[in-house]
Design a binder for this molecule. Sequence first.
Ligand SMILES: C[S@@+](CC[C@H](N)C(=O)[O-])C[C@H]1O[C@@H](n2cnc3c(N)ncnc32)[C@H](O)[C@@H]1O
Length: 344
Amino acid sequence: MSEPAPIEQHREDLDLLLRGFQVSRMLRLVADLGIADKIARDGAVSLHDLAARCSVLPEPLTRVMRALAAFQIFQVSTDGIVSHSPRSLLLRIDTPNSMHHSARFWTGPGSWKAWGELDVAMTGGTPHEVAWNMSRFDYLRQHPAEARAFDAMMANFPDNRHAALAEAYDFSAPRLIVDIGGGNGAALRHILARFPKPHGLVFDREDVVTALKPRDLMDGRMTAQGGDFFKQVPGGADLYLVIRVLHDWKDEDCLRILRACRSAMDLNGMLLLGEQILEPDPAHGRPTGYLIDMQMMAMFGQARERTEAEFRDLLDRSGFVLTRVVPTRSPVSIIEAQPLPGNG
Ligand SMILES: C[S@@+](CC[C@H](N)C(=O)[O-])C[C@H]1O[C@@H](n2cnc3c(N)ncnc32)[C@H](O)[C@@H]1O
């Protein structure tokens, strides 16, 4: 059995966690400046030149880069030369599943100020609404640059869920797959790249789909439709995807979304939820799972990550039966459900 860590080690670990916001905020700064992309993958640049490329002062940039290098994010030599480390390479935009977008998102103004109001959640309030006096999605509508950063982060989430979902399930039979709350279409692009038969339809808020480019829509294999999933979702598809959407909402709102899907579906259609199944015992769960749960609390108050039993209950109450849960190599599982007669 390994020796328990000494108390001083716990103190140092806890101290770094307490200062985590400082690291996160510096990472947004360097991502906003595009620094990882201004250093060649296997090259090196002086801090002076790097500052000039970013139109900032060398001295404060040096201090930020040095602090990040202490966390093995970039390498900074004592004579002021910067190069990449394995961690900083993940911040390059041309790295598959780049973490550049996450770096820009977590301490972006909307999220940052909402976390400052976290305490109100303890008495039933919604931190984001107290911070900004409006719902999260109204905020994103009014802040297009942050909204596009959010869409990009969702499409490049560190869990790589879209690729994992496409690998874990057989999508060869459906003719048309609609992705409800599909963001910028990343899940459908992964699925259609693997399976030649289906076409895709991404359904999301009007401002999200308006921002899509022809290449996002695979030059015609996908279409996009704007709308409100609380009112109506497109009919006529064989397969309905709802990925990482329900966790943004409290139970009553999830039921409204699921019932809108049920109303749009034929009895032989299929619904796939893509969600993390929350491990009830934190001694066994992944820390990021509970952090996502906390992000939901900060943004949406009563929105949450859910256990399998909680998903089963939501599906039972909205006219579906849960048929199976398919794990993927990401923390997100596929929860497959069939519509029940008479509940549309
Ligand atoms: C957490 S993101 C998930 C995006 C995507 N499914 C994924 O897995 O990356 C939730 C999505 O729901 C969309 N959304 C929120 N409210 C909506 C509404 N009322 N109608 C349609 N889409 C909505 C958001 O714009 C966002 O793209």
